[in-house]
Design a protein around this ligand. Structure first.
Ligand SMILES: [Zn+2]
Ligand SMILES: [Zn+2]
Length: 623
């Protein structure tokens, strides 16, 4: 507390720093001002070293004693002097994370999907702050999104997504997320969202481009003149779809040149994600020369061709080799160059169990494949996780904070220092807020407490009905465990034995979602709670869909007319469930809930119908 004048506390930042540190200082001073109930000014100061912010508690401006070891990377350190608090970070963006972490220690909350809360405190509480130091457990802490979910061809839909971005990106930065990866699909006309760029840049968040771009790097127009560049099927017929013929040197040279141009045109790109077509199989070449090469080796040949050309360029980003679908199993003959990292995306894994849980009937195979990837790539690897994947989870609400915690600990114990989580804008925040919070906390410290995270997220999003929503989230977590062990929730393809068991488990999950709804029904009617109402509708959707899927599994066990009648009634139940989502405010459910769910559900319903007709083959190419 200041005895020397009314000016304190005030925030100073190094004038040698740029816009990121200035934003960190503003964010900190406005948070302190809200909590202390007084003006807190922030100003640049030439006497401060880089990546340092000073909070003067009095006018004395005496320096704090900081440790002699300067923080590295995004690490930060809070140190104390008698009349000041010093924040030092290894990077300017580390200052944003540090300032928010300091405000959290004082009682502020930054919950996903709602405005921060800054409770009033006494200035003595700020003066009592003790020193601490944070080194994030993972060096790369990223979110990833499909560019198409911005619906950028429609101005009003794009603006709806941008309203979400303006809240979400500051939330990411405050939680220490340091990269954002745009996933491009073959039909995308953009490789990034220009309107989002300043939000990321001002916070020092790295951008990464790429995605399913191999098809773009070999222009499809060249098919007419050079069909030999394109992949052949088992019948030897070349097709314009899929990746390329890797045995054709001209095709490989064309793709390499395309990738180099991509890198040179976008020097801000920090990691080049070169992925193949987004299909389970059939995108690689089966011509006479290629057919001896499994997909992993065909893919590696192309990636190494690009990596070899980029190796000589100091500023070129590393390249990510996607381990996914037909490449999730590493081939022992993989020989990645030093600037190639694997990007491991275990989409069909089980989310009812942790990745290293030996009890699980699915995950041990994935965990083992990951260990082999780590060996082959000498530890150079990124994890691509699906904790907030609205497509994988059928748009149902789920919460698996304990799985996120165990997974991240398992990934760290393999020496992996890079994790990302796929998101679908506002919809992911509505349906998976606990998982997003768990991911953000766990990427800093995988020792975080998952249940406290669930309770804290409930309280942060719903301060006036925290207990009711915490009870609801708890039920959602229990329901999640019953549903997430067969891959895509909307595609219940499994053995008859598992189907018989799963039918009962999904029925139990319905009752568990009903518990969540009942818990939320306890909220006083006098309270106006639009966000809780939206989540309740989401859980009704989840309950209705799971009832339909349970019935569907029952129908598949029948024959003849019973199979047909019961199956169609089950599909009708799944189809009708969407009305619950249609009733939710689009500001809460975002572009994915308002538009993308509508076309994706047609694919889901079509697949369920084909499964009933006896053709269980999933849709080959979703996008
Ligand atoms: Zn070929
Ligand atoms: Zn499992």
């Amino acid at each position: 507390m200041s005895k020397e004048g009314p000016a304190a506390p005030r925030v100073r930042f190094s004038s040698a720093d740029g816009e990121v540190a200035a934003l960190a200082a503003r964010d900190l001073s406005s948070g302190l001002a809200a909590m202390l109930g007084i003006e807190v000014e922030s100003s640049p100061d030439a006497s401060l070293p880089q990546s340092e912010i000073r909070i003067d508690l009095s006018d004395s401006m005496a320096a704090a004693t900081s440790s002699p070891i300067a923080p590295e990377g995004d690490s930060f350190e809070i140190s104390r002097g008698a009349e000041s608090i010093t924040i030092r970070a290894g990077t300017e963006r580390g200052l944003i994370h540090a300032g928010s972490n300091l405000l959290e220690k004082l009682g502020a909350q930054f919950p996903p999907g709602v405005a921060p809360s800054y409770p009033r405190i006494d200035s003595a509480r700020l003066a009592a702050i003790e020193p601490w130091r944070v080194t994030p457990a993972f060096k790369r802490r990223a979110f990833a999104s499909d560019i198409m979910t911005w619906n950028y061809n429609f101005a009003d839909r794009l603006e709806l997504h941008l309203r979400h971005d303006r809240e979400f990106i500051p939330w990411m930065a405050r939680g220490g997320i340091n990269a954002f990866s745009y996933i491009r699909h073959a039909h995308d006309t953009r490789l990034k969202i220009d309107e989002v760029a300043p939000l990321l840049r001002e916070r020092g968040i790295d951008v990464e481009y790429g995605g399913h771009v191999l098809q773009l790097l070999l222009p499809r127009e060249s098919f007419a003149e050079h069909p030999e560049y394109f992949p052949a099927g088992d019948d030897g017929v070349r097709a314009v779809r899929g990746n390329l013929c890797v045995s054709n040197p001209k095709a490989v040279a064309l793709v390499r040149a395309g990738a180099l141009a991509y890198v040179h045109d976008h020097p801000e790109n920090k990691l080049l994600h070169i992925w193949g077509a987004d299909v389970s199989r059939g995108a690689w070449c089966r011509c006479g020369q290629c057919r001896a090469l499994p997909p992993q080796l065909q893919y590696m040949n192309v990636v190494n061709a690009i990596a070899g050309a980029l190796a000589a360029e100091l500023k070129a980003p590393p390249i990510a080799y996607l381990a996914y679908h037909d490449t999730v199993e590493p081939h022992p003959d993989l020989k990645p160059l030093d600037n190639v990292w694997f990007e491991w995306a275990p989409r069909e894994r089980c989310y009812s169990h942790a990745i290293d849980d030996p009890v699980c009937e699915i995950n041990p195979r994935y965990h083992e494949s990951l260990q082999r990837y780590v060996e082959i790539f000498n530890g150079r690897g990124h994890i691509f996780e699906y904790y907030a994947d609205a497509i994988l989870f059928g748009g149902l609400g789920f919460a698996t904070p304990a799985i996120v915690a165990s997974d991240l600990r398992a990934y760290r114990s393999l020496g992996i220092t890079s994790v990302s989580c796929l998101t679908f804008g506002a919809y992911s925040v509505m349906a998976y807020p606990v998982n997003l919070e768990a991911f953000i906390r766990g990427s800093r410290d995988p020792g975080f407490e998952p249940h406290a995270t669930l309770v804290g997220t409930a309280a942060g999003r719903h301060p006036r009905c925290a207990a009711e929503i915490a009870a609801a989230y708890d039920a959602v977590e229990r329901a999640s465990k019953l549903c997430l062990d067969y891959g895509d929730v909307m595609s219940p393809v499994m053995t008859p034995e598992k189907a018989a068991r799963k039918r009962g488990e999904l029925r139990e999950a319905v009752l568990t979602f009903d518990e969540a709804i009942a818990a939320a029904d306890q909220i006083a009617l006098s309270l106006d709670t639009p966000l809780a109402d939206a989540e309740k509708d989401l859980w009704r959707y989840s309950s209705d869909v799971l009832a339909g899927l349970s019935d569907y599994l029952g129908a598949l066990g029948q024959t003849g007319v019973h199979r047909r009648i019961w199956g169609e009634a089950a599909i009708a139940k799944v189809a009708a469930a969407v009305e619950r989502i249609r009733g939710i405010d689009r500001e809460i459910k975002g572009t994915w809930g308002a538009y993308d769910l509508e076309w994706i559900r047609e694919i889901w319903l079509g697949a369920l119908q084909r499964g009933l007709d006896g053709d269980g083959k999933p849709a080959e190419e979703m996008f």
